[in-house]
Ligand binder design. Structure first.
Ligand SMILES: [Zn+2]
Length: 154
């Protein structure tokens, strides 16, 4: 049997919709994938700056998280979605701290994205340090004059 392009596209769209609305179906709890990283994530969540309550860390194998390293879920406010690539990143802790910042500030779909990114970084800097986070942003390609980098200056 030959699979037509049309069915290929339909399968892709279904996967993206499942990924967006029911990320649990294409994901697995971080706890069951990487105990060490799970402990890092829980340790950051338990720091006194974070008052957002319980958080689930879900490693996602769907198509959306091939694009993003990490994200908060738009439909499950207590869930941080992680790409398998995020687990290999040496700055995993900074990624978790940034995403927890989004939850702490209650950012959502219609938040001002630039402002939300700055707020999440301000929160993360309290945990991993301004200087280190600034270096991470510079290394990922942001210029010295970018508001995200400026925000992390002393
Ligand atoms: Zn962000």
């Amino acid at each position: 049997m030959r699979i037509s392009w049309r069915s290929f596209i339909i399968i892709g769209i279904v996967l993206i919709l499942v990924d967006a609305f029911r990320p649990q179906l294409l994901g697995k709890d971080l706890e069951h994938i990487d105990q060490e990283k799970y402990k890092v994530a829980i340790g950051i969540k338990n720091n006194p700056n974070f008052t957002g309550g319980e958080v689930k860390f879900l490693v996602c194998y769907g198509p959306l998280m091939l694009i993003f390293k990490a994200s908060t879920s738009r439909f499950y406010r207590d869930t941080i979605l992680l790409s398998p690539l995020a687990l290999m990143d040496k700055d995993f802790d900074a990624t978790i701290a940034h995403e927890l910042g989004h939850i702490e500030y209650g950012h959502s779909w219609n938040s001002d994205l630039d402002k939300a990114q700055i707020e999440a970084d301000t929160f993360a800097a309290k945990i991993v340090g301004k200087k280190r986070l600034r270096n991470i942003r510079l290394a990922s390609g942001f210029s010295k004059n970018h508001p995200l980098v400026k925000n992390l200056e002393n």
